[in-house]
Design a protein around this ligand. Structure first.
Ligand SMILES: [Zn+2]
Length: 217
């Protein structure tokens, strides 16, 4: 059994980038944890930030549960303001040493969203730090992450390294994505993601639906 950590800058990035792969890991009996950097409190202006964060955490929980995941971590960093700083590095490195993931999924390095870019940098650094016998402020048991995969959200990957066939899980993924109702009000991106996974399946992976990744470690 492997332990998989999915890191989502905002609630829904986990489903968009790797919802099918998450369902596949769960079906295979692997242990999956999803960590949300922000609770998406900037994703709309008709609610207060507090109300929207609570609503989006609830949507994230329902969607994750639908894929078979109940281990969720909400870091509650302000949406739109994820920073590469000491506080965040210590928190994230400590979590990695604590939960000991074998595989970590993060946004790929060329993602166009700023929170996604900073999340990428934070996790690359935290995974490197967690493996060495340094930084005692992050816990006293080093943990070496074996594999880091970069997933795609709004910016397609230029050079795909790995494709996951998600044909069996596409309906489950779309149903989970549709649980993010507060976001689908603005834009039916579930349709876009279905089309994109179909494009990846036919053009990149040679199957009906696929999620594609870069290999970062
Ligand atoms: Zn996002």
């Amino acid at each position: 059994m492997q332990h998989v950590l999915i890191v989502a800058p905002h609630p829904d990035d986990d489903i968009i980038g790797c919802g099918g792969s998450i369902a596949k890991h769960c079906k295979a009996g692997n242990q999956v944890t999803i960590m949300y950097m922000t609770s998406g409190d900037a994703g709309g202006i008709q609610y207060s930030k507090e109300d929207l964060a609570a609503l989006r955490e609830e949507e994230a929980s329902k969607a994750a549960n639908h894929l078979g995941v109940s281990n969720l971590i909400f870091l509650r960093i302000a949406d739109g303001y994820v920073e590469f700083n000491k506080e965040n590095l210590i928190r994230i490195t400590s979590i990695i040493r604590d939960i000991k993931p074998d595989i970590v999924y993060i946004p790929h390095s060329q993602d166009g969203n700023r929170d996604h870019q900073v999340t990428h940098l934070l996790l690359m650094e935290a995974c490197q730090r967690s493996g060495a016998p340094f930084f005692p402020e992050c816990g006293l048991q080093p943990w070496r992450v074996t594999t880091i995969l970069g997933y795609e959200v709004w910016t397609p990957i230029q050079e795909v390294y790995y494709c996951e066939d998600i044909c069996e899980f596409i309906e489950q993924k779309l149903a989970a994505l549709q649980m993010h109702l507060s976001q689908l009000e603005y834009c039916r991106y579930d349709e876009a993601i279905k089309g994109f996974n179909r494009y990846r399946g036919i053009m990149t992976a040679g199957c009906d639906y696929s999620e594609c990744f870069t290999l970062l470690k």
